[in-house]
Structures are given as C-alpha cells and as structure tokens.
Design a protein around this ligand. Structure first.
Ligand code: PGA
Length: 249
C-alpha cells in the first residue's frame, strides 16, 4: 500500500442540509480510524451555510474545510449585499477555495474575475483549487492544450505557490465519462512542464470529472496526479470512502 500524500477533495456543489452533519461525522470517524490513510488530505468543500456546523464536528480531525466561490471585490468587508470575502471565509475556518469551476464559468465567471478572486484569496492565506478544463468540442478539435494554457494565465509567480490545479474536462463532469489514461498523462505532463518552465516549481494537479469508486483504479495511474476533485461520489458515505479505500488497494 502506497502512503503517498494524496488529496481527496469533495465538491458538494449545491447539496447538503443540516442533516448532513451525520455524513460529516461518519467521514470524520472513517478518517480517524484509518491511520494508514492518515497521509491523505481529505477536504470537504461545502456550501457556506454549513461551515461553522461542520467545523465544530471536524475539530479533532485532519479533514479540512473548503468553500466553492468567493466575492471578487478587494475589500475584506463592505457594502456588497450578498457577498462573502476571503477574509470572512478564513475567519470561519476555511482553508481551501475552489475557483474557476466550469459551472461558474458558464454563468459568466471569466479569467479576469478569477484572477481577482485568486489574488484576494491568497492575501487571506487561503489555498486555491483552480479548475481548468476544455469542452467536448475543444477536445474533439484537439485544441485542449491551447485552451487550458489560456486558463492558466490567471496565475502569477506569487499565487501559483498557494494553488492546486484541478484538471476537469467539462465533458467529463457528471457524465460518467473519463478521458483515456494516455490523454490524461499527456495533459498532466503538459501542466507539469508548463509550471516548471514558467514558475520553476512542480505543481500539485488533481483530476476531476466523474471520479468514482470503480474508475479510481484507472485514475490512480495518472502520472503526476496529486489527487482528485470529486462531485457526485462525495455526497454519500459509501461511495466517497470506498473511493478512498480503493485508491490504496
Ligand atoms: P462529478 O463533479 O464528480 O460529479 O463529475 C466533479 C466536479 O464538478 O468538480
């Protein structure tokens, strides 16, 4: 069994309720009991509403909490109805933040706003999980690398240090389809070389898109992969913990 330090990041999206505290307790117990998985980094990116409730549940655990978006204004506090700043998230116990998810890009999020959010979040000492990934037509027309490169322009020499890149092909999110191992290795290699060349560092890169307890056996072979961003399969105890267990089998 490999004891590689590997990220299992749950992206709950718009799911969960106060009752989900049962699920979080079970995941916490699973993580506490499985010392051999102790090197895994489990991060639960949950809706804002549940942060303080779950923080309390996770206080004696290595599981960290993350959020899924943040305001793009530079101030920590101000007259911005409905907004949450990185500083507020930090105060509430958030360590990670998912930015640039394709579901938000579809609703108008762009490189400009993502870059601002990254800069503000890094100032508040949050770790960024930056989602990049191409659509099916971009994939089909073999323009993926060019497209991903354009999405990486939101990073700077300073912010890359706090950033984990999550490669999520849009055509794989929620569809049950995953790219071939060969394609994934090629893409991860590109991302690694890009960061080495531009920033002289080896980036942490996650794969996201339909990760589940069955395909993890294939996905764990991706070269240079530091872990996974998991949507649907993170919402149920069995599917999430089986996925983690299977990774180490
Ligand atoms: P999925 O979602 O695992 O349900 O495909 C992944 C994501 O959107 O981050």
């Amino acid at each position: 069994m490999s004891l590689k330090n590997i990220y299992f990041v749950a992206n709950w999206k718009m799911h969960g309720s106060i009752n989900s505290s049962h699920l979080v307790k079970k995941i916490r117990n699973f993580s506490n009991k499985n010392a051999k998985l102790g090197k895994s980094k489990i991060i639960l990116c949950v809706p804002y509403l549940f942060i303080s409730l779950f923080k309390n549940i996770l206080k004696n655990s290595s599981i960290k909490l993350g959020a899924q978006n943040v305001s793009n204004v530079p101030e920590d506090y101000g007259a911005y109805t409905g907004s949450i700043s990185p500083r507020m998230l930090k105060d509430a116990g958030i360590k990670y933040i998912i930015l640039g998810h394709s579901e938000l890009r579809e609703k108008g999020e762009n490189n400009n706003s993502i870059k601002k959010k990254i800069g503000n979040s890094v100032k508040s000492n949050l770790n960024i999980i930056l989602c990049v990934g191409e659509s099916y037509s971009t994939y089909k027309t073999k323009k993926s690398i060019k497209f991903i490169k354009s999405q990486l322009q939101v990073l700077t020499k300073k912010t890359i240090k706090n950033t984990i890149i999550a490669y999520e092909p849009i055509w794989s999110i929620g569809t049950g389809k995953i790219p071939s191992e060969q394609y994934l290795n090629k893409t991860f290699d590109y991302l690694t070389q890009y960061c080495k060349k531009k920033y002289s560092l080896k980036p942490k890169i996650l794969y996201g898109g339909s990760v589940n307890e069955n395909n993890i056996n294939v996905l764990k072979n991706i070269y240079n992969c530091s872990g996974f961003l998991i949507g649907g399969a993170s919402l149920k105890y069995k599917s999430f913990t089986n996925l983690i267990k299977n990774y180490y089998k």
